[in-house]
Design a protein. Sequence first.
Length: 94
Amino acid sequence: MGDIHTRMYRDGTLADEGFALGDVSEHLAAPDTIVWIDLFGPSREQLHDLATEFELHELAVEDALRPQRPKLDRYETHLFSSCHAVDLTSPLQP
């Protein structure tokens, strides 16, 4: 299974992190809240659970399962971004 990292921002400030996907809806119930979910190498099951919880568009889920160029898709109920991970802790290679 892939790594999942969750963060919740309220009024632009980090208010919580490392919570379970099952707690995301509870966090989103508060006003002025943004939840960020990083998925690294997610399994089909993890993506299915996430898609079900948030009613994500099926094309967004398919895009997340196969490598592609970074992009941001706008759906009626949500934005879906897929991009490459960046590791700022590794030394730069010449």
